[in-house]
Design a binder for this molecule. Structure first.
Ligand code: MN
Length: 423
């Protein structure tokens, strides 16, 4: 395990115990301020360490790489340097922020230039995403949807336990946390109507997901094994796969999701590296029946990440509507990547692979309003006396996630998006 993960490490930057960004995390993101152009940074406590400033000061000189990668408006160039470099940079940042290291902490001028308050910065999309795939890897979610829309006795389709089902999504409409999204319009048809109609979506939903971002490409025709998958995963973000249920219901046959999904998806701004998450790896759920050889794997491949979803009405008090965990996933990231490339499909740097809705075993851990309200039959009571079956105009949906172990809390920050009325 990386020495940057040592639970004993302390930073000279104040980090309170409920903060997502202790010295053991060091997630990468892209930010700008009124006088700083878009650039790479690392979150520490309530601050961002400006990596361009650190590079210009020569503090990364012991690691050979082209230092202008930090002055770019996306992390793709940095990620493309590969794990030997990106991990060395993470370890170096850990040293520079360590309470026992004076290189940066004792240099008052440089410190002032290098640390930016998160409150004074605007977070931007951390990567350019060439390709986006969404899986469907939670057994509880797939079962709930199968019960609602097909047959309670055969909720999972025959292929589900043999391969990680997925579809190719739309990369162009993925936005960073804080970006509002207009309610989509589309074609829908209620069951007893003779014909479809066009208008604003009436059943707008969130999907609680996580996503991994790849940091290494493959050649067309080659495959990634489950054993090598971690080498290709740079890090993870929170992901909200906004979904228009009424549009989805009418359009999805026979080719799957299309306009019900591609009007917008939201990511959290900080990419937490797979290395920072290493201490939180846990056993995967048992897979029965046995999977084919190319989907078998060794070791701990699931991650214990606490997740929650809050709905916040405009000018109102929010309500936590779901508390789930990434560890429930039936198909893990290594299997998803192995399956995705099993036919020779090539991986690109910055690709985003989302988990699918992460539902747990109990109703309070379901990852979508479709399941929480059970198609609208069980509305959620909000603190202001209103109720929610789905998401209303001017509601903000906030996803949060964190791991906790040995007194160290590693978090993802927020994945937040406000729904504006249809245009
Ligand atoms: Mn989804």
């Amino acid at each position: 395990m990386s020495r940057a993960n040592n639970p004993q490490l302390k930073s000279w930057v104040d980090v309170n115990s409920s903060c997502d960004f202790p010295i053991q995390n060091l997630p990468f993101g892209v930010f700008k301020t009124t006088n700083r152009t878009p650039r790479a940074g690392v979150a520490i406590g309530e601050y961002i360490l400006d990596l361009s400033v650190i590079a210009d000061a020569g503090l990364f000189n012991a690691i050979p790489f082209e230092k202008n990668v930090f002055a770019k408006d996306v992390l793709n160039w940095f990620i493309a340097l590969g794990k030997p470099v990106t991990n060395a940079v993470r370890e170096r940042i850990s040293d520079l922020l360590n309470v026992e290291n004076a290189e940066l902490s004792a240099n008052a001028d440089l410190k002032l230039k290098a640390l930016v308050k998160q409150n004074d910065a605007q977070m931007l999309m951390p990567v350019f995403i060439p390709n986006y795939t969404d899986f469907y890897s939670s057994k509880e979610h797939a079962t709930n949807v199968g019960i609602m829309f097909r047959d309670p006795a055969n909720a999972l389709l025959p292929n589900w336990k043999h391969l990680p089902v997925g579809y190719h999504g739309r990369a162009s409409s993925i936005v960073v946390s804080g970006t509002p999204i207009h309610r989509p319009k589309g074609q829908t048809k209620v069951d007893d109507a003779p014909a479809p109609s066009f208008g604003p979506c009436k059943l707008l939903d969130f999907e609680l997901e996580m996503a991994f971002i790849t940091g290494k490409s493959t050649e067309l025709g080659t495959s990634v094994s489950t054993a090598k998958a971690d080498d290709y995963i740079f890090g993870l973000v929170l992901f909200n796969d906004w979904s228009a249920r009424d549009i989805q219901k009418w359009e999805y046959v026979p080719l799957g999701p299309f306009l019900a999904k591609n009007f917008g998806s939201t990511v959290s701004p900080w990419i937490v590296t797979l290395e920072a998450l290493e201490p939180f790896k846990v056993e995967s759920p048992k897979q029965e029946p046995e999977v084919l050889p190319y989907l078998k794997f060794d070791g701990k491949k699931n991650l214990d990440i606490n997740l929650e979803v809050e709905i916040v009405p405009e000018n109102g008090k929010g309500k936590i509507v779901s508390q789930s965990n990434f560890k429930y996933m039936y198909w893990n990231m290594a299997q998803q990547l192995a399956h995705h490339t099993s036919n020779g499909c090539n991986i690109q740097i910055g690709d985003l692979y989302a988990s699918g809705t992460i539902s747990g075993p109990t109703p309070d851990s379901y990852g979508s309003m479709l399941e929480i309200s059970w198609q609208g039959k069980n509305p959620i009571q909000m603190p202001d006396g209103t109720e929610r079956k789905f998401i209303l105009d001017n509601d903000t949906v906030v996803i949060r996630g964190f791991c906790e172990k040995d007194g160290v809390r590693i978090g993802f920050g927020e994945c937040s998006g406000k729904i504006l009325p249809a245009l």
